[in-house]
Design a protein around this ligand. Structure first.
Ligand SMILES: [Zn+2]
Length: 222
């Protein structure tokens, strides 16, 4: 099984991906996926039912903004979630994720140009994994640093395209040769029995995201 662990839908506000497009692309590329919108799970229901009909395995996730006092703490990703978690103090967010037995990974942890989690170095024991390949990193060195950190601290790894546009889906993924169900996948991810593959997306995707945030390319019929 191959899983792109980091994908956004238009529910994120800065992505244009419609749920049916995500499923179509995932099916075409033979991928399981995690839907990880910014601070919302509003796409989950539709993704879940489209996934069932389209024979694509979908993991419920969320990319959650955290804070400490009033300072921004950066983003965390919950995977295998059941319920929405609202942005908040990073320790509370971690607690809420733990309560629902989610798998916590830290997206683009060394990409200082984006909302990277500021407490990784001190709090790495509280999380489950580090995203060691994110296709939207501006520089390969951010991904290499994440990989080195995971290795040095013996942490499991995840990878994802961070797709905000259809053409990005599948640009990074983890491979789990012996996983047949998402439950198998989860166990193997915990044990770090995964192989990471990925390529960086064109820098154009950042330009497109800028316009998407301004409301360009909004899908109709929603
Ligand atoms: Zn993201």
């Amino acid at each position: 099984m191959k899983i792109d662990c980091h994908i956004h839908s238009f529910r994120s506000g800065d992505s244009v991906n419609r749920p049916k497009t995500i499923i179509h692309m995932a099916h075409k590329k033979d991928l399981a996926i995690a839907i990880t919108d910014h601070n919302t799970n509003r796409a989950w229901k539709e993704m879940n039912s489209l996934g069932r009909t389209g024979k694509v395995k979908v993991i419920q996730g969320e990319e959650i903004m955290t804070f400490d006092e009033k300072k921004i703490g950066g983003e965390l990703i919950g995977l295998f979630m059941n319920e929405y978690v609202k942005p908040g103090n990073y320790l509370e967010v971690i607690d809420s994720l733990r309560e629902q037995d989610a798998f916590i990974t830290v997206p683009h942890p060394f990409d200082f140009l984006r909302s990277n989690f500021s407490y990784l170095k001190t709090e790495f024991k509280k999380i489950d994994a580090v995203e060691v390949f994110n296709s939207r990193c501006y520089s390969d060195s951010f991904n290499s640093k994440a990989k080195a950190f995971a290795l040095a601290h013996n942490l499991p790894v995840t990878a994802g395209s961070d797709a905000h546009f259809p053409e990005e889906i599948g640009n990074a993924f983890i491979e789990l040769p012996k996983a047949f169900s998402l439950e198998d996948a989860r166990k193997m991810m915990k044990k770090n029995l995964v192989k990471v593959s990925g390529k960086r997306s064109s820098l154009m995707v950042h330009v497109k995201t800028f316009f998407a945030k301004k409301g360009f390319f909004k899908p109709k019929n929603y």
